[in-house]
Design a binder for this molecule. Structure first.
Ligand code: PMT
Length: 215
């Protein structure tokens, strides 16, 4: 299969020296990219800034902002058989980012934020993607309910839920604990290394893709 994977955080500039971002290290997405490549698939990794080395044998598109990630995904998605969205994309960006560094002035400051495009949510509706579509859901409460909502709204074949309020898993960690949310059932996968979990996820997504092709 040709598989597109998004990974890492996005950075939304406030001025030339500051940005809004999040704690994603890219480890989950890069582990998935490596596992797909090791299983013989052709992988395109679209990644926000991370400290990680790109796994061998993978095509790589580096991006910084959500808008750049949206554009890169839109450019490549049409020729993919499957896509897995593991990136932690900023939902909002500063409405403006001046060319010069913002100077201290009053005792408080208000920053106006505007919505970024929902890249996963656009895959079917705007980019007309017909392949196997897999998203993540990073939740701090009601994991299954929120993940199932995303499965339906974003027209995915699978949402991989992770409870990012649990210590030692999720953001930045080498480990994760997953809830696979399919249209008709859910399955919990116990805590393990992201590397090991990724091999399991590859097998799940291979089955989904084969079923989608056959139907
Ligand atoms: O990078 P690590 O440190 O290894 O951490 C891994 C992780 C916690 C980042 C990863 O496992 C994870 O959960 N990734 C998704 C994080 C997230 O932003 O979840 P969400 O519930 O806000 O978004 C739902 C889905 O929509 C995700 O597939 C996300 O990539 C996608 N999305 C969200 C917003 C947006 N504007 N565009 C998107 O494509």
């Amino acid at each position: 299969m040709k598989v597109l994977i998004t990974a890492g955080p996005t950075r939304e500039p406030l001025d030339p020296v500051r940005y809004l971002s999040n704690r994603s290290s890219g480890k989950m997405g890069y582990a998935l990219a490596a596992a797909f490549a090791e299983a013989g698939h052709h992988v395109l990794l679209v990644s926000g800034p991370t400290d990680l080395d790109v796994p061998p044998g993978i095509d790589f598109v580096p991006v910084e902002t959500a808008l750049e990630m949206f554009e890169a995904v839109g450019r490549h998605l049409f020729r993919m058989d499957a896509a897995v969205f593991a990136a932690a994309v900023a939902d909002y960006r500063p409405a403006s980012a001046p060319d010069q560094k913002i100077k201290k002035s009053g005792e408080s400051m208000t920053i106006e934020l505007i919505r970024n495009p929902d890249i996963l949510g656009s895959a079917r509706s705007k980019m007309n993607f017909t392949g196997t579509l897999v998203g993540f859901a990073a939740e701090t409460e009601n994991l299954e309910e929120h993940a199932r909502g995303k499965l339906v709204r974003k027209q995915c074949d699978l949402i991989i839920g992770n409870d990012v309020s649990k210590p030692g898993i999720g953001f930045e960690s080498d480990r994760n604990e997953l809830l696979l949310v399919y249209p008709n059932h859910s399955e919990a996968i116990p805590e393990d290394e992201k590397h090991h979990l990724s091999h399991r996820l590859v097998r799940e997504i291979e089955v989904l893709a084969a079923t989608r092709k056959g139907s």
